[in-house]
Write a new protein. Structure first.
Length: 563
């Protein structure tokens, strides 16, 4: 059963040869990664519309399970910026319980994707769609953080993207100078920290420094306008009890769309992260096992009060750079977060909201991929259309619509491109010996096309679109031939649409008194034609293996009609 499901967690395989040296490296990597994950988990939780402890709980529960049951050696899981927009939208429409149910359903969908071995298919989602919605999410995250970054005092912030920016400009006079200053300082610290230290996360440095400065300003300068986490949330360090929400069929149906969006985005992000990690460490992840592990994590996380989780590229790379090479590092990272949650969580109440906004502004900049976006603007117009459409739909509407419309457009454009790869053209007067492969090297005279015979050649798969091309090309010739030879030597396959078009064309030709002769039919295509009784429609003698026989058959038909 295990082989059938292809569920082979990396942790189980590496434990066979695990040693003290590997554990030491994983321990150090896990501790550093856990520290890096702390401010991100808090920031992602708050930005998603839930309390800060829910972000950390997600990183603990999902992070542990993704490392223990996933298909990658170094993947670090937890809440990510990509889910901020989705989670906030679901909470706004369905509440916390709706988010819990949608996340549970997404976990089931992810497990199904892994069980059905669809892990590799997810990778074929067009790159313009990935860049488009990732950049759109980045812009949306930045937009949601403007208020806290600048300390703007606003009663209600509109949910709509355009209305939100209009409200910001209308309330530009409500900016708190001290909050705005601390927010900008936070961004500068995060940006400059890598120049001095590659291991210490800039977000953690910014939180420590800005929090201390805020406390000093409040204590000695009487500045109390800088809002902190404690001003907005009640901080708890107690582990929540497991609880499964009550689900009805109507609720499940209404949340199917958001759940599918969570599952698809989670699958894309986790497999992209695992693929990037493979390139760094020279390993190959098991995509189906990874999806099953992600599914289990998203089943467990909401039961303990968490939010959706997936593989996080930034934290995974932090793990790799600090020596992590097995899932043990990810497990250590989750344990570190658990210890911080239990013993240091109350200190989080002193963190300024503007500092967390600064952290997310830097995250959104990293997510934007603006270089990739600009580079893709030099691609074919079809790719640009999908890219821009997905981007605009993401920021103006929501990610669910963006992914759905983007995929539909990408599929339609792909079908158009595939249809264009099939060429149909007429062969006039003579057939060039140097270009042919399906004839017998006999008398050159046999390759002359007799009067009353038209020869057409199909180059490429015969499916949708090819039949219409026949009609367009045949309409150019005013004279009605006695025989039409259709060369199919370069047709690798024919689908049901192609069969339907070919059948219609053959029947229309017969109604006009024109005999159709097929030439160079490959064994694979001939088998399909015979299964659909083309030998009865055309006559078995009119389906020829090569052009010599087809021309000979055409002459025979002409002679019969002449006599």
């Amino acid at each position: 059963m295990t082989a059938k499901l292809q569920f082979r967690p990396k942790l189980f395989s590496i434990l066979k040869n695990y040693n003290k040296k590997a554990f030491t490296a994983d321990l150090m990597a896990g501790i550093i990664t856990g520290i890096v994950a702390l401010p991100l988990a808090i920031a992602f939780g708050i930005a998603s519309g839930v309390s800060p402890e829910k972000g950390i709980i997600t990183a603990i529960v999902a992070g542990f399970i993704i490392s223990a049951f996933g298909g990658s050696r170094v993947q670090i899981g937890g809440p990510t910026g990509a889910f901020i927009v989705i989670v906030a939208g679901i909470i706004g429409q369905y509440g916390i319980q709706g988010l819990t149910i949608a996340t549970l359903m997404a976990g089931v969908f992810l497990i199904m994707l892994g069980v059905l071995r669809l892990g590799t298919i997810i990778k074929f989602i067009p790159y313009p769609i990935i860049v488009g919605f990732t950049s759109g999410i980045a812009v949306t995250i930045f937009t949601t953080q403007v208020k806290d970054l600048l300390g703007m005092h606003m009663e209600n912030v509109p949910a709509d993207f355009i209305e939100k920016w209009i409200a910001y400009f209308e309330n530009i006079g409500a900016i708190d100078p001290w909050s705005a200053f601390m927010g900008i300082v936070s961004v500068i610290i995060i940006a400059l920290t890598p120049r001095f230290s590659k291991k210490i996360p800039g977000s953690l440095v910014a939180i420590i420094i800005v929090t201390i400065i805020t406390l000093l300003l409040k204590e000695y300068a009487g500045i109390t306008s800088i809002e902190t986490i404690g001003d907005r949330f009640s901080i708890h360090s107690d582990l929540p009890d497991a609880a499964v929400p009550v689900m009805t069929w109507d609720t499940i149906k209404s949340l199917a769309g958001p759940a599918i969006t969570i599952a698809v985005l989670g699958a894309i992000e986790s497999l992209l992260s695992a693929t990037v990690a493979d390139g760094v460490i020279g390993d190959h992840h098991d995509s189906n096992t990874e999806l099953i592990g992600q599914g289990i994590a998203n089943l467990a996380s909401p039961i303990f009060g968490g939010i959706p989780a997936t593989g996080a590229i930034a934290r995974t790379m932090t793990n790799i750079k600090n020596g992590g090479r097995t899932p043990v590092a990810g497990i250590v990272h989750a344990i570190v977060l658990l210890l911080i949650f239990l013993f240091l969580m109350p200190l989080a109440q002193y963190i300024p909201m503007t500092c967390l906004a600064g952290v997310l502004v830097v995250v959104s900049y990293g997510m934007s991929g603006w270089r990739s976006f600009l580079a893709m603007m030099r691609n074919p117009k079809s790719d640009i259309t999908v890219l821009v459409l997905t981007f605009l739909l993401t920021i103006i509407f929501d990610l669910t619509i963006a992914i759905e419309v983007g995929l539909i457009c990408a599929c339609l454009l792909f079908m158009r491109r595939m249809a264009e790869t099939t060429d149909v053209h007429a062969v006039l007067n003579e057939i060039d010996l140097n270009e042919d492969t399906d004839m017998q090297r006999g008398n050159l005279e046999n390759l002359t096309i007799p009067d009353g015979v038209e020869v057409y050649e199909i180059n490429g798969p015969y499916f949708f679109g090819a039949g219409n091309r026949f009609e367009d090309i045949m309409a150019r010739y005013g004279d009605r031939p006695k025989v039409r030879i259709i060369r199919m030597r370069k047709v690798p396959f024919i689908d049901s649409t192609g069969l339907h078009n070919l059948e219609n064309m053959c029947m229309m030709s017969q109604d006009e008194g024109i005999t159709i002769v097929l030439s160079g039919v490959t064994p694979k295509v001939e088998a399909v034609l015979k299964r659909n009784h083309f030998d009865n429609l055309l006559g078995e003698e009119n389906i020829c293996n090569h052009i010599d026989l087809a021309l000979a058959r055409a002459r025979q038909i002409l002679n019969q009609e002449a006599s």
